[in-house]
Design a protein around this ligand. Structure first.
Ligand SMILES: [Zn+2]
Length: 415
């Protein structure tokens, strides 16, 4: 049995909205070795067996000396997990709150709301359809230009130079899309025949990028993520990363988007299953899996999977990790083949630190009928679980845990 670390809780600086008033020890957590939290004024034990991230945003009135002390606060970008949520107010605890070994946390309502704002959960959006008429296209073009921000005039100048020197392939994807959308909008405005002849799949990329970025606008990593759009190949990695993060967040996992740190080993995401389990997650978006012109062959699939595995294993320092491989516009057949080839690769070479490979395919569904077409992005995931993985994290198949913050402690009515 390892000895528990001690953490002194400091007197409240501004004081959280949620105040626990225990008559003895406030919280006792069981299971894994955690920390002992003491009042830094009188050393009275406020909580025992807890993890540093298990109680966030809660003040305690020390039953021994009467000082109000604070639990740790959530840091910007810090993920949350399955928890009991305490509303703002004062709670009198007759006996300690017992936490068993399933890694449930206690957070204040403020803490949860701040996290939900960052991951874009607070604003419940419906899957949005983008109208591909002249006005819709002008709006989409404007949105992407705004996202490219200060980089746009530079990309435009570079594009004009590339075209005049006969290198149109050097034109930045984002600039090219904005230009194409505006030229189609002009055609539609002058076209009275009612026939629509343009590449809707290509144009569908405009609202896909804008809507995906929009969800994360409150996240501390947003400025850095937005800046990647000006890079030619990084943009599709960013979009796939944010769609993957959104998907994981919406089925009930805590998500940390890890800031890029030069040459340091760092995954793209950390996925929090409970207070004890934070799984490193790497996302790769190989160029060969972006809108391929031909069906994917076995050889292409095997080579893409092996390259992703060897690159990601160099970026991961932890003992266990998960790999996401993002693709754009694959057919269901290609997508299924990737999953089968991953299972084949697992048997060919046994990797103990790899939990699974998830294949995320991003496609645009174009709906045509009377009038201009509408499009909607669609993310489909296939999971290949590595049977040779040896680690704490496990994949549990079944109903998504759609509610992360399910139990709510409310302040008792005033007597
Ligand atoms: Zn005290």
């Amino acid at each position: 049995m390892t000895e528990m670390q001690t953490r002194g809780l400091q007197p409240a600086s501004q004081g959280f909205q949620t105040l626990f008033v225990p008559s003895e020890r406030a919280i006792e957590a069981k299971g894994f070795p955690g920390e002992i939290w003491i009042c830094s004024i009188c050393q009275f034990v406020i909580a025992s067996g807890v993890r540093y991230n298990q109680i966030l945003g809660i003040s305690f009135l020390c039953p021994s000396c009467g000082t109000v002390v604070d639990s740790p606060a959530r840091l910007p970008g810090q993920p949350l997990t399955l928890s009991i949520v305490a509303d703002a107010g004062t709670f009198f605890l007759g006996e300690p709150i017992m936490l068993t070994d399933d890694g449930v946390a206690i957070y204040s309502r403020d803490t949860v709301q701040e996290y939900e704002r960052e991951i874009g959960k607070a604003s419940q959006r419906d899957a949005s359809f983008a109208l591909m008429d002249a006005q819709g296209l002008r709006v989409h073009a404007y949105q992407l230009q705004r996202l490219l921000g200060d980089a746009y005039p530079k990309l435009k100048a570079e594009a004009e130079r590339a075209i005049s020197s006969g290198n149109p392939q050097r034109v930045h994807w984002g600039y090219e899309l904005v230009r194409y959308a505006r030229s189609v909008a002009r055609d539609l405005e002058t076209n009275r025949t009612g026939s629509f002849d343009f590449d809707a799949m290509r144009l569908a990329h405009l609202p896909l990028v804008a809507q995906t970025l929009e969800r994360w606008a409150q996240h501390p990593q947003y400025p850095a993520l937005k800046a990647t759009l000006a890079h030619d190949t990084e943009a599709q990695h960013t979009v796939a990363l944010l769609l993957t993060a959104a998907w994981l967040a919406d089925i009930g996992f805590g998500i940390e988007i890890v800031p890029a740190k030069g040459f340091e080993k760092a995954p793209d995401l950390r996925v929090m299953a409970d207070v004890w389990t934070l799984l490193d997650t790497e996302l790769k978006t190989p160029l060969v899996l972006r809108y391929p012109e031909h069906p994917i062959t076995r050889e292409v699939a095997d080579s893409a999977i092996r390259k992703c595995l060897s690159k990601s294993s160099r970026q991961i320092a932890s003992e266990s990790y998960m790999l996401f491989i993002g693709s754009y516009g694959l057919s269901p057949r290609d997508h299924e083949m990737l999953e089968n080839r991953a299972m084949h690769e697992f048997r060919r070479y046994h990797r103990r630190n790899l939990l699974a490979i998830a294949f995320v395919n991003i496609a645009n569904v174009v709906l045509t009928g009377q009038g201009p077409p509408t499009i909607a992005p669609q993310t489909v995931l296939r999971l290949a679980e590595n049977p040779f993985h040896q680690g704490r994290a496990k994949i549990v198949r079944g109903e998504p845990r759609d509610k992360l913050f399910h139990e709510v402690v409310r302040s008792p009515p005033k007597e």
